[in-house]
Design a protein around this ligand. Structure first.
Ligand code: S3P
Length: 447
């Protein structure tokens, strides 16, 4: 399933492009797709999902839910149908769960398994096996689950769930929607009230969707913090879900259109949940022309078409408070900053060091190789833009290193479009984890 297991690195050169023009539609939101499969698999009845992202990460979640008893089928026209087992009904998987590259699958599924009386072993690729799991081990152990493994808190890990688990009150020590969601998912099969306190708000898809499936969940605010309570055990009812387009995937085309001269691109059906849409605000502050057309609601989430035109961008100091609402978009923001006038300063980004790669070091090294002026700090990058001139591109014989990180690969592909000599990327296989048709959409716009 995951790229690291079964094929050789696939290098690719991204050459400078003429103006990008046309209209595209990006695939479904990754966070919502994972949650649709998980909640559908726990609900009673038949959940139907359209617009599901069919990337490797989401397919890893589907395989795991099947291995724990759910029936999940893709119909020929692309709709997905999930027959759930009911909360409390997950079965012991017969083999280790292969999470591939997907941190979201791993951490959220650990939450689900934690409050069932089953044991599951989680394995992943080289990137995922370096990522910290202590952040979910801590609260789930408080609920009574037991973890064991040979590499401290890294995969492979075996999780022994418990039923009944104990409800807890947990204050998130870092801004993480995955940790919040793991605890809330464990709470579904836990009698009593589980409370998660979020000092800094993160993406709220779990809260919206849990409510939509019928869980008894409330969100209040106390002393400036979000307090989420879930009373279990929950009974989830099957739903019909339309997954909106992923703003994190749209981000690559938004930045590409802004930095390639003469571009005018429309991206249809982009999810604009305020806990996700920070990048578009930051790019507008930098002078980007991003127009929201036909705003509407899809699957309970705000959505619009984005019309983006080439713009002269100016560097800014990015407010660290906005970071959680654009946490996956910093790599491509760094590319925009590299072409802007003046300096862009980012801070408060420690979490970027524990994504699919250390995204601060990976992007500092990649952009520097492509000829940008970048300073790496402990918690952010400072980027001195070219003032609108294209980047030189990577030197002959050298390639940027993506470290099995899809967002590094796609960000540097975008940088290649706005370079004079092109950008060589060492391995584009990871793009399939989140955005399988990235290259064909890029080609359709003339890139
Ligand atoms: C996600 C949460 C974020 C994000 C990831 C998806 C989710 O991770 O980076 O791509 O779906 O909950 P963190 O919780 O580690 O910030």
């Amino acid at each position: 399933m995951s790229v690291a297991h079964d094929s050789l690195p696939q290098p690719r050169r991204f050459a400078p492009a003429g103006p990008l023009s046309g209209a595209i539609r990006v695939p479904g939101d990754k966070s919502i797709s994972h949650r649709s499969l998980m909640l559908g698999a726990l609900a009673v009845g038949e959940t139907r999902v359209t617009g599901l992202l069919e990337g490797e990460d989401v397919l890893a979640t589907a395989a795991a839910m099947r291995a724990m008893g759910a029936t999940i089928d893709r119909l020929p026209h692309g709709e997905w149908v999930i027959s759930g087992v009911g909360v409390g009904g997950l079965l012991q998987p017969g083999a280790p769960l292969d999470m591939g590259n997907s941190g979201t699958s791993t951490r959220l599924l650990m939450g689900l398994v934690a409050s069932h009386a089953i044991t599951a072993t989680f394995v992943g690729d080289a990137s995922l096996s370096k990522r910290p799991m202590a952040r979910v081990i801590e609260p789930l152990s408080q609920m009574g689950a037991e973890f064991s493994g040979d590499n401290g808190d890294r995969l492979p890990l075996t999780l022994r769930g418990i039923c009944p688990a104990a409800p807890i009150t947990y204050r998130l020590p870092m801004a993480s929607a995955q940790v919040k969601s793991a605890v809330l998912l464990a709470a579904l099969n836990t009698a009593g009230t589980t409370t998660v306190i979020e000092p800094v708000p993160t993406r709220d898809h779990s809260e919206r969707m849990l409510r939509g499936f019928g869980a008894d969940l409330s969100v209040t605010e106390k002393d400036g913090e979000r307090v989420i309570t879930l009373s279990g055990p929950a009974e989830l009812k099957a739903q019909t879900i339309e997954v909106p387009g992923d703003p994190s995937s749209a981000a690559f085309f938004v930045v590409a259109a802004l930095i390639v001269p003469g571009s005018d691109v429309t991206i249809a059906n982009v999810g604009l949940n305020p806990t996700r849409a920070g990048l578009f605000d930051v790019l507008r502050q930098m002078g980007g022309q991003i127009e929201e057309v036909n705003p509407r609601v899809v699957g309970g989430e705000p959505v619009a078409d984005l019309r983006v035109r080439h713009s002269a961008l100016t560097g800014i100091a990015v407010d660290p408070a906005i970071a959680p609402s654009m946490i996956d978009e910093f790599p491509v923001l760094f590319v925009a900053a590299a072409i802007a006038h003046g300096t862009t300063v980012t801070s408060g980004l420690d979490e970027l060091r524990v994504k699919e790669s250390d995204r601060l070091t990976a992007m500092a090294e990649a952009l520097t190789l492509a000829g940008a002026r970048v300073e790496e700090r402990e918690d952010g990058l400072v980027i001195h833009g070219t003032g609108g001139t294209p980047l030189p591109g990577t030197p002959a014989g050298a390639a940027v290193v993506t470290h099995l990180d899809h967002r590094i690969a796609m960000s540097m592909a975008v940088a290649g479009l706005a370079s004079t000599g092109g950008v060589e990327v060492d391995d584009i296989r990871p793009i399939a984890t989140s955005f399988p048709n990235f290259l064909s959409l890029l080609e359709s716009l003339g890139g």
